[in-house]
Ligand binder design. Sequence first.
Ligand SMILES: [Cu+2]
Length: 123
Amino acid sequence: MDKLIVLVVGVAAIGFIVWWFFGHHEASAAEAQVSEQAQSIDIVVNGGYSPEHVVLKKGTPAVLNFTRKDASGCLDHVVFPDFGINQELPRGEKVAVEINTEQAGEFSWACGMDMFHGKIVIQ
Ligand SMILES: [Cu+2]
């Protein structure tokens, strides 16, 4: 009987690990607030990015406002390789990152260590 319990618990643990690493996690997506001249969106940095997918309108200057709540140093920089941006994010401060939206496409951003990722879609 003990062996059966160990087996059941073991299988459940393996199932959880598989789900954790390979399961589909729903990503949060959001559209920026757009007016005629500008668009902006607030992004909270706390164990990742929320939202992590941002849709921007092509040709309208865009600002992403990052606020880092996470205490870990892992997320203290945000990097947009396609735009040559490497921005420091002091904890608790709202930091504006300007994005050039002249070109449509999908562009990713990441933390300084390339562990956490987000994506902007310019369309
Ligand atoms: Cu990191």
